[in-house]
Ligand binder design. Sequence first.
Ligand code: B12
Length: 212
Amino acid sequence: MADLQNLYESILAGKLEPAVEITKEAIAEGVAPQEIINGYMIKAMEEIGARFGAGKAFVPQLLMSARAMKGALELLKPLLKGDPNAMVGKVVIGTVKGDLHDIGKNLVASMLEGCGFEVVNIGIDIPAEKFVEVVKTEQPNILCLSALLTTTMGYMKTVIDALVSAGIRDQVKVMVGGAPVNQKFAMEIGADGYSENANEAVTCAKGLLGVC
Ligand code: B12
């Protein structure tokens, strides 16, 4: 049996190799990807974040944990993929300017892809002008914005304002998320949707398109 508690410990300790090995074993044993991700991987990232917040862990440790999580997540990504013929809608997703966090964003992207969305993932540290440009060229149904810092979450409003200024706000739904973001904030900045995690992001996205 794959030692999933050890997967949690490995990510927490920033150890890539054991994290990858245990994930491989769990996949071979048929453990559901959602259980691996939500039950162990995200919990480890929450714990390292809490330790960092309490001054008991530092940036290099966050980076090591992020590396271990990303490596293990890479193996699970193909298992989150769904039927490409059942395309529900198109999504552009990115982390806003000033913010380099991308693990949660990439998880949301993978879940959406797995549930039938075509996803254009444009990366991290994205300025408003770039979001506007990509919405014009890709013409997505939904623009997803991610922010993990209290200092960058306000930039989501800058992006929405830029869509308004460019005259394209009514062409695309805007969904926001990230640890410091909540429903109230989402409504205040004029977003159409918010969800707390990657699973609910799918429900929210389908709801915005009226397909559930
Ligand atoms: C890993 C990490 C890093 C890594 C990021 C690596 C990477 N490639 O992403 C590194 C080391 C680079 C980093 C840097 C920094 N970090 Co950091 N980081 C974290 C940590 C530990 C985990 C984040 C994570 O990956 N979580 C796991 C994923 C799966 O969860 P998630 O991101 O929340 O995403 C889920 C939801 O939020 C949601 N979601 C996310 N995006 C979206 C988008 C949409 C549209 C939707 C619908 C949903 C959604 O769904 C996701 C999946 O369920 C958090 C702690 C925490 N608890 O969040 C701190 C944390 C976010 N970091 C923090 C800080 C302070 C920093 C630094 C400023 C540290 C420094 N002094 O340099 C820098 C800032 C760099 C920058 N400019 O961005 C603080 C933020 C505090 C604050 N209130 O603003 C936190 C909270 C740690 C803490 N407790 O203090 N960090």
